[in-house]
Design a protein. Sequence first.
Length: 207
Amino acid sequence: MKAKQIHRMTAIILGLFIISHLIVHLFALGGISAHLKALGTVQWIYRNPVGESVLVLAIAAQLISGWKRLKAKKRSPNKWAKAQVYSGLYLMFFLIIHTGAAIATHTVFGLETDFYWAAGSMNISPIKFVFWPYYFLAITAVFVHFACALHFAWPGRFKAFRNIMPIIGALIALTIILTFTGLFYDVPITEDVLNYYRKNFGILGVE
Ligand code: HEM
């Protein structure tokens, strides 16, 4: 099978996960317990050896096939190809770090990867200044990457939707980050979460 076909097939699995993942995070607008409840309703799909293996394998296949596709596209002067390459590169970086961190945190460090874990990264100084752009770029890159896929799969169609997608992504990113940073209600940092960030990010100045 060609890298292009593998990339498209695994994008469906990953795409479904990402859509449900972002919807879960938007539930935080309704409060912490709304987020925890929403997370609980999707976790049964990937929080088991089979589901998690399928997700991790889909991510690995997506990264490897994406890397091959990237090499073919990186010299193209076309602005959509450039946007696809740069958003793809950032998503590779983000997916490796974020998926690795989530899995290692709940399996190795024994800390639940829930609202409090994510909120800790966006509220604790000074690491919050790194995590804000880290998450903002990730969500925006997903939408840019999808807009590019639409452009190449159906040239000339869905133009208005395709062009507005990066803006929708940026707005969703901003909404999630502002919610997790406590714009709408108080976001407590639990002792366990603080200790986790002290232990893993002490070198960056978390006290
Ligand atoms: C502000 C944005 C985001 C936040 C706050 C966030 C938060 C989280 C949390 C709390 C988990 C743990 C879930 C669980 O244990 O059930 C997680 C896992 C994960 N997230 Fe995100 N995430 C964000 C954006 C993204 C994006 C944009 C992607 C994909 C491009 C992504 C991909 C993943 C993956 C693959 C996992 C691992 C699931 C597993 O196997 O446990 N996340 N994230």
